[in-house]
Design a protein around this ligand. Structure first.
Ligand SMILES: *[C@@H]1O[C@H](CO)[C@@H](O)[C@H](O)[C@H]1NC(C)=O
Ligand SMILES: *[C@@H]1O[C@H](CO)[C@@H](O)[C@H](O)[C@H]1NC(C)=O
Ligand SMILES: *[C@@H]1O[C@H](CO)[C@@H](O)[C@H](O)[C@H]1NC(C)=O
Ligand SMILES: *[C@@H]1O[C@H](CO)[C@@H](O)[C@H](O)[C@H]1NC(C)=O
Ligand SMILES: *[C@@H]1O[C@H](CO)[C@@H](O)[C@H](O)[C@H]1NC(C)=O
Length: 410
């Protein structure tokens, strides 16, 4: 989703109460490189399904010495709930807390903060999806890259020049290379050799509205997927899509919420060589704001089902729910409605895991530790506050881990 850069209070560290029975789940997580085999994720030859969360703020939070403990406690907490996969930003371009100060120039303190996040994830046996740039302005994004290009004499008419201008594409490639070849100062491992990393993500929630055919974005994916793989062939790669359909398959656009067309195409983009699995997001509360909660759930059912089916029969690649969430902000929104929404996402994920289907797991938006009030966005789950939701999350995680373990041990 569109991350509001609401960074306020970073203080008041508090550990979240650990859920009981946690160690049992934690000790059984796999730790090899994640790969794919057809529509499934595999680790060390076994089919594995994941459950997880989004925490885009981990590098930023780790960059403040007094706040670092929150990253550790959030990861420990998540692990205790049986969560095995987190998605976070490996970018912060320009702006107030830059990782990349200007093209090719990096803040070593910020990189050390990312090193810490990866090492803490590893310690807690949580895999990481690392996203490499934002579509939106928060933490820089395409707009910052285009501005850097303009400041250096490039004639770019819109932010979509991010996808076409050679100099700007060069800045992005340089960022990819810098991150992938970074040697972690905590573990000594190059990021590209670290099995803690589940996958790279090209761009969070891409859009290219100056070319609704999807061809401009398609060409960018082809170029960048090949580039990532030329540096790192061990890790999986995904695009970062929300799942909107384009015109490559007749009749699919009708599944987009609200008539959305953003110059992206779930089918053709995910068919690109080097893209190892597909992703979807689900925010029916934003996309279909004036629909009833029940109708939003019916939309979700269709949205999930069509993407599962396309991943299975057309793409023949796994699918992950890399973001889903429901705000408690609109008047009348209740925790019960949110729990029903989570329950439906998890229900689909579990059915798929049981059948060895393509839907490999769900990452809710977003986990916060206690004392991170400045990062609240009305989608947050602070497990000690939303106990009913936390309980749903831990139950599904345990059931999925149970399936994984049963498969692994025959
Ligand atoms: C991939 O799956 C097929 C069956 O679907 C199996 O025969 C093969 O051994 C698997 N390959 C790996 C590397 O796990
Ligand atoms: C680099 O990052 C550290 C940690 O966030 C910060 O204190 C410092 O001001 C940053 N330096 C620059 C030049 O942005
Ligand atoms: C920038 O590009 C536009 C469209 O391609 C062109 O019309 C314009 O003359 C260019 N401006 C400069 C300063 O080169
Ligand atoms: C929701 O709003 C759109 C226009 O913003 C309108 O076309 C549609 O009929 C509305 N739907 C409902 C269920 O009220
Ligand atoms: C779900 O899909 C069915 C069949 O394609 C369609 O008739 C129905 O209107 C869809 N419901 C929603 C809420 O999108």
């Amino acid at each position: 989703m569109v991350v509001r850069q609401a960074i306020g209070s970073f203080f008041f560290l508090a550990f979240i109460v650990l859920q009981q029975g946690a160690d049992q789940v934690k000790s059984q997580q796999p730790d090899g490189f994640v790969q794919t085999n057809g529509t499934r994720f595999i680790v060390d030859g076994d089919i594995v399904y994941f459950n997880g969360f989004n925490a885009y703020w981990m590098m930023l939070e780790s960059s403040f010495p007094s706040e670092r403990g929150k990253v550790s406690s959030a990861l420990e907490q998540a692990s205790s709930y049986g969560l095995t996969l987190a998605r976070t930003w490996a970018f912060s371009d320009g702006g107030p807390w830059p990782l990349q100060l200007s093209p090719g120039s990096y803040n070593e303190s910020m990189f050390k903060a990312l090193d810490f996040v990866i090492s803490e994830a590893r310690r807690n046996k949580i895999y990481l999806i690392l996203s490499l740039v934002n579509n939106y302005e928060s933490f820089g994004g395409r707009k910052q890259y285009v501005q850097w290009g303009r400041e250096r004499g490039q004639n770019v008419s819109s932010d979509d020049g991010f996808y076409t201008n050679d100099v700007i594409k060069g800045y992005y490639k340089n960022h990819v290379k810098t991150v992938l070849t970074r040697i972690n100062t905590v573990t000594g491992l190059a990021y590209k050799d670290d099995p803690t990393i589940f996958a790279w993500e090209l761009i969070n929630e891409p859009r290219c509205e100056s070319d609704l055919s999807g061809r401009t974005f398609q060409a960018w994916i082809e170029e960048m997927a090949a580039y990532v793989k030329s540096i790192d062939n061990k890790h999986l790669l995904e695009i970062g899509m929300e799942g909107f359909y384009g015109d490559s398959m007749q009749g699919r656009r009708q599944f987009n919420p609200n008539g959305y067309v953003f110059g992206t195409d779930f089918i053709s983009h995910n068919q690109v060589q080097g893209i190892d699995f597909a992703t979807i997001h689900a925010y029916p509360d934003l996309w279909l704001a004036n629909w009833s909660s029940g109708d939003q759930l019916r939309f979700l059912q269709n949205w999930t089902q069509i993407h599962v089916s396309d991943s299975s029969t057309i793409l023949k690649k796994p699918l992950l729910f890399t973001e889903f969430g429901k705000s408690l902000k609109p008047p009348g929104s209740t925790v019960n409605q949110r729990d029903a929404f989570y329950g439906q996402v998890y229900g689909s994920a579990f059915v798929s895991a049981e059948d060895e289907g393509p839907l490999g797991g769900g990452l809710f938006w977003q986990l916060l530790a206690q004392g991170m009030d400045g990062l609240r966005d009305s989608y947050e789950i602070v497990p000690t506050e939303q106990r009913s939701t936390a309980s749903i999350i831990s139950q599904i995680s345990r059931r999925i881990s149970g399936l994984n373990n049963r498969r692994r041990h025959g």
